[in-house]
Design a protein around this ligand. Structure first.
Ligand code: NAD
Ligand code: UGA
Length: 475
């Protein structure tokens, strides 16, 4: 039986809330703190502020037992052995990470250190942040014997966050002393020893009692760089395949076949080779920029990182131009935008390529009807409904009377559209797919002109109606 550790998680966002629920799930006592009073109230009353698979069930099970929610950071720190910092580290103006939220939290922690504490960086931070946290604590007069700072980067993805947390490819702990590593070992023991996986009701995934999660112990600097380098490398894979997609399109090749062919080389691997609108989200864009800044600060010319970003930015332009060439002009055109979130299975719209593209279409004079299975409310908060921007509750309603349907987010719902019904409701059967969710031949067979990324377009012989008539030719 693993030992329960008292844990404080600061930040109840996509990372903090998932970490808090998962630590409770593996047997620890958790206080999750946020300074957003409304959010904490919602959590205390049984609400779940983010859309994330398995999270509502975990919170329902552990709320007020393994995990409690509070705004009292000092009290939570006093009664915890390990303090996980999971606040935001957004991009600052220079490209560097803005660490002001981390600093504010560390200053508050300093006032409440009583007894030995392990202070854990869970937020994504640049190398040497660990040292800075230590220095800030010293400046506030905290006894150096009473704490250690550990880097424990998080690799979860939104949409699969709970499963990623409980079934990780690896758990990285960067520390410079044995005492804090021992505390971290105790915290993760149910996953690294495997006992969690044989527990009744344990969430199933890639790890098991015989194949538990590996723990990797490194220096703090190495752990900090592992996080930035991992995100930058994943972003590189995406930009690489997008650059190849653009070449493929120029020579009438098919990027899906190319990605499958490349990905079956075990040294390359099939993941993160999906061409499309480029990466968005709250992490890849800011982490590639922050990693570049870190390298520049050390006098290292890591130009590859700016190329990754440039290719990524270009994808949105390329998509926009595809819409333009499919429709000739955009002023007054009715477009159905399927997707608002930065990727499927999340309500997160931060740095979403979909929102960026919708803004460009609106600027060009189009009228957009948007639908997303989870992100409509968040989108409305930043792009309020207007005469030229309507939000729909259903993809067929959004597509009704559309001059073209645009697929902007890779929700599985958008990969399983009833194409006969779609063809009946649209004005013209034109689909511009930024996520390559369909085979061109299937779309042609259903009477659509289909334009996607890195593949030859298929044209419907007769762009007008009669509705539902299947009369397609592949170019
Ligand atoms: P988020 O914006 O969803 O959540 C941050 C939370 O911290 C907010 O609820 C905010 O109110 C709270 N907060 C800010 N200042 C506070 C303070 N002084 N006291 C208490 N609470 C405070 O952010 P996120 O997406 O969870 O990301 C957090 C960190 O984790 C970032 O560094 C990010 O790069 C990293 N990360 C994110 C993901 C992801 O998928 N979102 C994955 C891995 C790592
Ligand atoms: C990413 C990483 O995958 C996580 O390991 C990491 O912890 C997290 O960032 C972070 O540090 O915040 P996330 O941003 O949730 O997770 O989502 P991903 O699934 O990585 O997708 C990121 C973006 O890349 C999305 O816009 C997605 O549509 C795009 N993408 C992904 C592609 O365009 N092609 C692909 O093949 C994969």
């Amino acid at each position: 039986m693993s030992e329960s550790v008292s844990i404080c998680v600061i930040g109840s966002g996509y990372v903090g809330l998932v970490a808090a629920a998962c630590f409770a799930e593996i047997g620890h006592r958790v206080i999750c703190v946020d300074n957003d009073e409304a959010r904490v109230k919602l959590l205390q009353e049984g609400g779940v502020p983010i859309f994330e698979e398995h999270l509502p069930e975990l919170l329902a099970h552990h709320r007020d037992r393994g995990v409690v929610f509070s705004t009292d950071l000092g009290g939570a720190v006093e009664s915890s052995e390990a303090i996980f910092i999971a606040v935001g580290t957004p991009q600052g103006e220079s490209g560097a990470a803005d660490l002001s939220y981390v600093e504010a939290v560390v200053s508050e922690i300093a006032r409440s250190v009583t007894g030995y504490k392990v202070i854990v960086e869970k937020s994504t931070v640049p190398v040497y942040t660990n040292d800075w946290i230590r220095r800030v604590l010293h400046r506030h007069g905290v006894d150096p014997q009473s704490f250690h700072v550990v880097s424990n980067p998080e690799f979860l993805r939104e949409g699969t966050a709970v499963c990623d947390f409980l079934h990780p490819d690896r758990i990285v702990v960067g520390a410079g002393d044995d005492r804090s590593v021992e505390v971290m070992r105790r915290i993760y023991e149910p996953l690294t020893g495997g006992s969690y996986y044989s527990q009744p009701g344990a969430l199933r995934g890639q790890c098991s009692i015989t194949r538990p999660a590996p723990l990797v112990v490194t220096s703090a600097q190495s752990a900090e760089i592992i996080k930035h380098a991992s995100n930058a490398f994943l972003a590189l894979k995406i930009s690489f395949i997008n650059a190849v997609a653009n070449l493929a399109e120029a020579v009438d090749a098919d990027i899906e076949d190319i990605a499958a062919g490349m990905g079956s080389d075990s040294r390359i691997g099939p993941k993160f080779l999906r061409a499309g609108l480029g990466y968005g989200g709250s992490c890849f864009p800011k982490d590639v920029a922050a990693f570049h800044w870190v390298a520049q600060q050390r006098g290292i010319d890591f130009q590859l990182l700016s190329e990754i970003r440039k290719i990524n930015d270009t994808q949105r332009e390329i998509f926009f131009n595809k819409v333009l060439s499919a429709l000739w002009t955009l002023r007054g055109k009715r477009l159905a935008a399927l997707g608002l979130a930065f990727k499927g299975d999340t309500d997160d719209i931060r740095e979403s390529p979909a929102l960026d593209i919708i803004k460009k279409l609106l600027d060009a004079g189009a009228v957009v009807t948007a639908y997303d299975p989870a992100a409509v409310e968040r989108a409305k908060a930043v792009m309020p409904p207007a005469a030229n921007l309507i939000y729909a509750d259903d993809l067929y309603v959004a597509s009704s009377g559309a001059d073209a349907v645009l697929i902007l987010t890779d929700w599985s719902e958008f990969g399983n559209i009833d194409l006969v019904k779609l063809n009946q409701v649209v004005r013209f059967p034109i689909v511009v797919d930024g996520r390559n969710l369909y085979k061109p031949q299937t779309m042609a067979e259903h009477g659509f002109t289909y334009v996607s990324m890195g593949r030859p377009a298929t044209y419907h012989a007769q762009q007008g109606k009669p509705r539902g008539e299947v009369n397609a030719v592949a170019r």
